[in-house]
Design a protein around this ligand. Structure first.
Ligand code: GYE
Length: 307
């Protein structure tokens, strides 16, 4: 009798690269754009299989997701860490399982840098500095400016460093003071709520808002309008991200400045994974190139904005 043929060996081309992505949640327009970029990039590429997990803003959910990715023996993990600290144990588990971890958009504080392969994202300190610099340029260095700050999620690198960069940027000018600062958790609803409270206690005294993201600024704009003042005119507003809704608000004269932060990180992550597979170590920090938008430049850019 003819021997039964051996099953065809699995060829290299059949074997997909399995990527587990632990996303923070869906708190902002920026994050939705990032999620879409990842889903598009990896969903449309037959070399990859994407396992997507939404942590609903909770670090414990992210840790669980990573443990589950390790148990499923994924080939690579991407993590957008909600906060900076507390990652060592789970990153050590991934390292022991020899699964490379890419940090996406926010970074972590760890003693051992070898616990992750690379960070793909922005320079948040620079963003904060640019927000301060543009505010001073637009309002004038000699003017007395009381600023209220809407901070991002407590403990997030994007919040800590945007705060630090902005403080550095106004430090040399005693006219510029942060009179109130509170977290709005990177959401429109909380940004509005916190701004309402600021206006209630200090309304006439507030000259400017610095919001760590556009969504909170958009919430603050609503609060300022409901309070009976004109956002963008009576109160100067600068925020970070550069989502389309921010450009629209600039066009309407309600937002003054948006400092760009690129969420379209899918292609960069894919390149880094493929480089690593091919034996090339990606740079430890894959930085995004970003601009600052206000006035006519923002209005002109609106039709071509991708997120
Ligand atoms: O600015 C904000 C989001 O981590 C860079 O998170 C990201 C920030 C972004 O919710 O809108």
């Amino acid at each position: 009798p003819a021997p039964t043929p051996a099953p065809a060996p699995e060829t290299k081309a059949d074997k997909k690269i399995v990527l587990g992505f632990s996303q923070i949640g869906a708190e902002s327009g920026w994050r939705d754009a990032e999620t879409q970029s990842i889903k598009e990039t990896f969903g449309n590429d037959a070399q990859f299989e994407l396992k997507f997990s939404d942590a609903q803003q909770k670090q414990e959910n992210q840790i669980k997701a990573i443990r589950s990715f390790i148990a499923q023996k994924v080939d690579v993990i991407a993590l957008a860490p909600v906060v900076e600290s507390g990652w060592e144990p789970v990153l050590e588990e991934a390292k022991a399982a020899k699964i490379p971890v890419f940090l996406l958009d926010r970074t972590v504080k760890v003693n051992d840098e070898s616990l992750y392969t690379a960070f793909i994202g922005s320079d948040f300190i620079l963003e904060g500095q640019n927000a301060a610099k543009t505010m001073i340029e637009q309002l004038g260095a000699d003017k007395k400016v009381n600023i209220v700050e809407l901070q991002g999620t407590v403990g997030a690198s994007a919040a800590n460093d945007r705060k630090k960069g902005f403080e550095e940027g106004i430090k040399s000018n005693p006219n510029y003071k942060i009179i109130k600062s509170q977290t709005g958790d990177f959401t429109r609803a909380k940004g509005k709520e916190v701004m309402e409270a600021f206006l209630k206690s200090d309304g006439k005294n507030i000259h400017a808002v610095y919001a760590h993201n556009d969504d909170m600024a958009l919430g603050a704009i609503q609060a300022i309008e409901e309070y009976g003042l004109k956002p963008g005119k009576d109160i100067f507003i600068v925020s970070v991200d550069g989502v389309k809704a921010a450009f629209e608000a600039i066009k309407e004269g309600k937002l003054n400045v948006t400092v760009e932060c690129n969420p379209l990180l899918g292609p960069q992550l894919k390149k880094a994974i493929l480089d690593l597979k091919a034996g090339t170590q990606p740079p430890k920090w894959i930085k995004s190139e970003e601009g600052v938008f206000f006035g006519q430049k923002a209005i002109d850019a609106l039709p071509t904005r991708k997120y």
